[in-house]
Design a protein around this ligand. Structure first.
Ligand code: MLT
Length: 203
């Protein structure tokens, strides 16, 4: 499947590419300002989810709120991977320098990629993600650096689920920075500041 997307190349050499995946009902424009804030020098690649639900853009199907269609999720993990690899050739960005940043449904697709391939990304930012697969971690994440923003009163993603996701990523070998907020499922400016500080410490 193809994606509608925005690609804004950097004028810097050896730039990272921030892969931006929005939440349910969003689109490819939603996270551009956040991407630019996190890394003003990055290429920005922002996708629109191609699995709509009642007119809302999503990245994969769900059976009910919080209950993922895991087969469909696996399909989209693979489809995303192929799409990005092809686009990297076309636009000439380095696949090894892709750092995904997702919110909610978009973060869940990124989390699912971490469970599905060995070391798919050296770093990733997950804003209010959930545990993607019920049967736990599978692949190796060789010191992948993962930033998670969670809400201690998030009605969509309970704090226990953020802790479980952290534990499973650590079991795979990832290194997680789990940042807590108190604004439910919303993205906050404090979590973005923390994300940017974390990003700037990445090697
Ligand atoms: C999902 O379906 O990915 C999660 O429930 C988060 C969301 O509402 O998008």
């Amino acid at each position: 499947m193809s994606y509608t997307y925005r690609y804004i190349p950097s004028d810097k050499e050896n730039a990272n590419t921030l892969l931006l995946l929005h939440g349910t009902g969003g689109n490819e424009n939603d996270l551009l300002d956040i991407g630019r804030f996190i890394d003003p020098n990055a290429n920005l690649l922002s996708l629109r989810g191609n699995e709509p639900e009642n007119g809302m853009n999503r990245f994969f199907k769900r059976l009910a709120p919080g209950q993922f269609d895991e087969e469909n999720l696996k399909y989209h993990v693979q489809d995303l991977y192929t799409f990005i690899a092809d686009l990297a050739q076309e636009k000439k960005f380095d696949v090894n320098r892709i750092i995904p940043l997702g919110y909610s449904n978009g973060a869940n697709l990124i989390a699912a990629s971490l469970y599905s391939y060995a070391n798919p990304y050296s770093a990733a930012l997950l804003l209010h993600p959930m545990v993607p697969f019920a049967d736990g971690p599978k692949e190796k994440l060789d010191k992948s650096q993962i930033f998670i923003a969670a809400g201690n009163n998030d009605p969509i993603c309970a704090p226990e689920e953020s802790q479980q996701l952290t534990k499973e990523i650590e079991e795979m070998g990832g290194e997680v920075n789990l940042h807590w907020e108190t604004a439910g499922h919303s993205i906050t400016s404090d979590e973005l500041r923390a994300a940017k500080e974390w990003y700037e410490r990445l090697k």
